[in-house]
Write a protein of this length. Sequence first.
Length: 476
Amino acid sequence: MRFGSTRSCVAALALSLAGCASPTHELDGGGLDVSALADSGAPPAPSYPPAGPVNTGILCARQGDDLVRDIFCGSEATPIGNLSDLQRVLGIDPDDIEVDRGASVTGHSTALATRSVSAVNPRVVFVRIEVATIDQEALALAFVRGEQNVELVVRDRLSRELSFYLVSYAQTCNAEPQGCNPGDLLTPETELGWQDVTLLDEEDLKNTVLDCRQCHQPDGPGTPKILRMQELKQPWTHWFDSRMKGGIALLDDYFAMKGDEALAGISALRMSGTRAAQLETFVRTESGNSGVQPNEFATMRIEEEVSTSAPGQPRDNSVPGRSAAWRAQYEIAMRGGSINVPYHDVKVTDPLKLAAATAAYQSYLAGDLSKNALPDFRDIYPDDPQIQAELGFTTEPGLDGAGVLRQACYQCHNPRLDQSLSRAQFTADLSMLDRQQRDRAIERLLLPPDDPKAMPPPRLRTLTTEARERLIELLR
Ligand code: HEC
Ligand code: HEC
């Protein structure tokens, strides 16, 4: 496989273990097997367009039988040169909305792309429920522009377990000296001209920042894998839905910026027909635990409390809402009891940043602004440190070192997760840490954010100077 320095930021993060940065990385307890990857008979650079998928010899040699393997591990490589190709080979018709298949779209995510998603760069989840009588297999495909990857879950035909996969790709801009700009990443461009299409499975990713199991198998090895939708019940707070007050506010922001642009094959017309309930039904039907969500976001109650405290909500979020029900859930997460709780308000956008991004995109659509001059509208969240913490991007202002350790690190460094990985050599429990572990943690905390070994991983969380200093002081 080829993992040059020109790969996308996502791939570089995911695959930093595989060579971008540190071939000498301590991978004692498993993880991405660097030497095996390097020696796996690197295929030639795929042609452009379309690129054939990289058939990762190691992944395919592992046990498993499912839809994704049919495509990537078959004897003939299926050409995949864009998102639409991938959808087609998986049997997804983006415009097809039925009871057992369709799409749900969210304007806020607590998953891997948490810092890219908003109403104007939404995350689309295509779902299909298993219907044995017509040989229809369970599948979900999640996509957000800017990440240069696609997340998949399917059901293994033999073990009947859920299997998670990441398909990553590069664009021509990845190989250019200046790299990819927002115009390459956040417009329909990123759905086209895929190169270096690469498949990775849970096992490949288990000791990396992109570890799927950390969230989809939160109780660790041997326990059931779960599907996630934290806002599982109506009114599904952050999901597009033309029948919900919040959903309408999000759709309005989306259309104000995007006009009639299609997203992942979903036409503007179809976008208003996407339903949050589609993912709810999928999660309830296909989860071993009938969809039970750890620390489930109390949609109805939180929305009520938020609009009582700030009557402009959800449409006008210039005054942030307050909700005691939400705060109680947030505190559970803050103490390490769950993954991030979604934000209390429907919108996660800063009104001024949203207006500026909308104006810019509109002039790009009108042909008055070049694609290369588009601003990075992934940075669209309020800068207020309290709101940043509530969004899950940083820790609660004012926390002491022990509090920071818990909120920033425990999610990935806890005794429930796979203890055979090098990740487990650090536990976010002060009483368990010897001198050497403390020193190694301090070292990681001092790395610049673009270092793939920086902790906490900036993709999911960053620390303010104050929080970092308090944590380091505690560890000294
Ligand atoms: C930080 C936690 C986290 C990690 C890590 C994570 N996910 Fe998720 N995932 C979520 C959440 C939360 C959702 C619900 C939708 C949302 O918030 O975006 C989700 C939704 C999904 C869905 C849609 C089906 C469903 O469960 O709702 C797929 C597919 C998916 N994730 C695949 C993956 C893959 C593949 C990986 C690893 C490469 C991964 N996820 C890693 C949290 C995570
Ligand atoms: C999103 C998950 C995630 C979060 C959050 C996270 N880490 Fe990590 N951490 C990892 C992974 C994956 C590894 C293994 C890969 C590596 O060494 O970079 C790791 C490795 C480490 C190691 C090296 C362990 C060893 O001895 O090999 C240290 C130390 C560490 N993390 C400290 C921290 C601290 C301190 C925080 C909180 C401020 C934190 N991490 C937050 C995922 C995370």
